[in-house]
Design a protein around this ligand. Sequence first.
Ligand SMILES: [Zn+2]
Length: 207
Amino acid sequence: MKLMFLGPPGAGKGTQAKMTCERYGIAHISTGDMLRAEIKSGSELGLKAKAVIDAGELVSDEIIVAMVENRLKQDDCKNGFLLDGVPRTLAQAGAMEAFVKLDAVIDIEVPSEFLVDRICTRRVCVACGATYSVKTLKGTACEACGAELIQRPDDTEETVLNRIAVYDAQTKPLVEYYKNKGIVKYIDGTGEISAVFGDIAKELDKL
Ligand SMILES: [Zn+2]
């Protein structure tokens, strides 16, 4: 099973990706983890990427694509994998055609106003990182460990709308690209975590 997940910030993509990988026994490949592992390994690609990041620049499509190609050769990808955050551009998607053919692209859709509401009402525990919604929270402290809850400075309407705009600009062309291949599965991401996962599994069980 070769998958890619798309979804705006706050859509719960990370959680759904993790649950999917556990259920189907496939490898979770996120750009961040992949970059960190390459840099830590001291490989030629890792050193190149580190130099670019240290200079405050974005890692090129060429380096990202080469890293994905390496990563997919590892043993844990034999049963399949889920790409999370990559490809990010049409150029990356095109270059990846040379070594990977995806079975499905899961597009988790959540309207902007829903995302703004979800993110702006989010509170995070300073100690254990648990997240809560002020709408369902009882009291003012973390229900798991009792520590203080804060609102992340980035969790404001302005920042969220900005993040969504960046995501839309980058991702819409990608959705079109995979739609033309007939492999995009649209998932309504507004429900409960378990309900959304149920919809995803229903699609994947058909593959
Ligand atoms: Zn806590």
